[in-house]
Design a protein around this ligand. Structure first.
Ligand code: TYM
Length: 333
């Protein structure tokens, strides 16, 4: 069955292995299935929920688009664009913010994490960010949204908002209720330094993550210094309980080599981490280095990237522009 896919990535720099394994790698698989209509968005309006440097933001938008293309998303097959170029996203966000009750937003755990202790100082944008995300998704009649585990709650909110809109305006099925696509075992890649923390671009330690622009030497060094424990690798998945760093590295290996954890454990069970780490670093650099080289190449051709983004925005505008007009009509404008 053909799927309508939409997903987004923030252009905040330092795209990392978590973004790749949790999201972008799946985008590529979905892009490669001829039956799917895919839209991948550089969500620059989401990025400004925290302060950005103007020049840096411009570079990061291009770099995120370059990462999509370098990873294997074909801009001729899928739509790639940046959110701020299509007005309907902001308009939809306002209208949906008049549908969603504050109580629903108050439950969002990511806001609590990102705002930290001083919530009063967080921007209103950061608070209503999941509504902009709902607008992104619902404007395209999206059926499936590939994301990492950390976005699951935002997708549940999107589903609730769609259902409430349809009910409030008595227009059953008008906003399509999307399904999340979250890879079962590998949707939450953890920090290389602390298996209880998510791998994240905001971690102050660069050693905690593999960036998609890292060189082979950097990857080898980071994997060598990644935290493990003093026990050998087990043969069974169950025995990884309580060993988050070991589980994370073995998960990364399984995901990047497209095999089950069971298969990885049968390959490395009983061995020590130094052998395993050498092989992990090798497979990671074989996979990441070509992407990193391609990103650098694409970034030298700004004209190509800008043209691809503009063309994508034109196609996105055609779809979202129609939907927002229907939304306005239903509301009564
Ligand atoms: P963002 O930019 O934080 O992350 C982009 C994608 O990467 C995934 N991800 C991870 N997956 C596994 N392990 C990790 N450590 C890890 N870190 C990040 C995220 O789950 C995400 O899929 N709000 C979204 C962007 C967005 C969006 C949308 C997504 C805006 N509109 C509409 C889907 C549909 C965000 O901030 O992702």
């Amino acid at each position: 069955m053909s799927k309508k896919i939409f997903s987004g990535v923030q252009p905040t720099g330092n795209l990392h292995l978590g973004n790749y394994l949790g999201a972008i790698k799946n985008f590529v698989e979905l892009n490669n299935d001829k039956q799917n209509d895919c839209i991948f968005c550089v969500v620059d309006l989401h990025a400004i929920t925290v302060k950005q440097d103007r020049d840096q933001l411009k570079n990061n938008i291009r770099e995120t688009a370059a990462t999509f293309i370098a990873s294997g998303i074909d801009p001729a097959k899928s739509i790639i664009f940046n959110q701020s170029k299509v007005q309907a996203h902001s308009e939809g966000s306002w209208m949906l913010s008049c549908i969603a009750p504050m109580g629903w937003l108050n439950r969002m755990t990511q806001f609590k994490e990102k705002a930290g202790k001083d919530k009063e100082k967080a921007s209103v944008g950061l608070y209503i960010y999941p509504i902009l995300m709902a607008s992104d998704i619902l404007l395209y009649d999206t059926t499936h949204v590939p994301v990492g585990e950390d976005q699951k709650q935002h997708l549940e909110l999107t589903r609730d908002i769609a259902q409430k809109f349809n009910k409030d305006f008595n227009c059953a099925d008008f906003l399509k209720v999307p399904e999340p696509l979250i890879k079962k075992n590998f949707s939450r890649i953890m920090s290389l330094k602390d298996g209880s923390k998510k791998m994240s671009k905001s971690d102050p330690s660069d050693l905690s993550r593999i960036n998609l622009t890292d060189s082979k030497d950097q990857i080898v060094n980071k994997i060598k210094r990644a935290k493990t424990d003093s026990f050998p690798i087990p043969n069974e998945e169950q025995k990884l309980n309580g060993r988050p760093e070991a589980e994370n590295l073995l998960g990364i290996y399984s995901s990047i080599s497209n095999q089950s954890m069971e298969k990885t454990l049968s390959q490395f069970g009983g061995k020590n981490f130094s052998d395993f780490k050498a092989q992990l670093a090798e497979i990671l650099s074989n996979k990441i280095s070509p992407i990193s080289d391609e990103i650098k190449k694409l970034l030298n051709d700004k004209q190509y990237l800008d043209k691809a983004l503009l063309e994508g925005a034109r196609k996105a505008e055609e779809i979202a522009g129609k939907k927002i007009e229907e939304i306005k009509r239903i509301i009564g404008f």
